[in-house]
Design a protein around this ligand. Sequence first.
Ligand code: TXA
Ligand code: MG
Length: 351
Amino acid sequence: METKVIKIDRKNIRKEDLAEAGEILRSGGLVAFPTETVYGLGGDGLNPEASKKIYAAKGRPSDNPLIVHIADVKDIEKLALEIPELAWKLAEKFWPGPMTMILKKGDAVPKTTTGGLDTVAIRLPSDEIARTLIRESGCFIAAPSANSSGRPSPTKAEHVIEDLSGKIDMIIDGGSCDIGLESSIIDLSGEKPLILRPGFITQEDFETVAKGVEYDKAVIAKTPDKNIVAKAPGMKYRHYAPKGSITIVEGEATDVARYINEKVSESEKAGVRTAVICSDENKDRYLCKNIYDLGSRKHEIDITSALFDVLRQLDTDGIGVIFAESFDELRLSQAIMNRLRKAAGYNTVKV
Ligand code: TXA
Ligand code: MG
């Protein structure tokens, strides 16, 4: 299959330019599109054949449900049942934006879309291209992140092309994603609201609307515990890991640098391409040929938006051994460290 790539100018989003993409979606095809979090691989969420194509293109297990994207808040009534008051409050506060809500599934949503579950994940993105596409297509767009299963989520059209070219009908290039980490998922289908995936909207943010919101323990764990399985099916899979091995090093900045420099030197002497992932603040502390600076800790969004690109770049650059600083003091620490720990296979040392 030939994949058509179209560029959309964010400053001048015209409905006509998304007409063909809308037609593809209506006829059961697949279109990758930008959102404020990561690129999504979209198909008609109410068409089981389209959902099946999504799983196939990504190589994704079919028990891992898709998020359905809407453009108007009231549309949750078309997709969900027994909608609690809290859902409307959260929607008012955090939509459009990087929040996904899990609610009881309505009959219109096929179980292929929800991975066989009786609940449905719904998100109203703030990205204008995404919302224009949803409206133009007239569909509720089921969209997982537009990467091959197991790879880091795509934050640029180039990443989508790398993973899915030849497997889907169209890719809409809208430039880089602002946030760069997937949406925060909050489950409202149980007794208590539970955060199934940490993202840009944090526990403290949620608590401004409802008290007693907690993280699913499995997604903030520093080491994996076989007895605690993540509640979101997708959170239990291996994810994000580059081909090289990552070690996260925790401690005071000077101790971390001393430890990493020693290890880098050993590894380089052994002839292995070695890299350091760090923040702007510390980059001059490292003696290493390959420094991947994520940005300043004072601009956390720079760090979140750079992380997946760097994880992909490590493979492109053929890096075998990687040392990474920890980011556990930041507002977005849960979101960042959840991804970094997975990428590192939870390999962490304290110095
Ligand atoms: O930011 C995002 O959420 C992006 C953009 C494209 O919107 N999408 C995204 O989708 O990250 P995906 O499929 O890569 O991740 C969806 C996560 C998976 O971990 C999945 O298991 C979980 O949401 N999920 C979906 N429906 C669920 C449900 N009914 N119950 C529990 N978890 C669910
Ligand atoms: Mg994903």
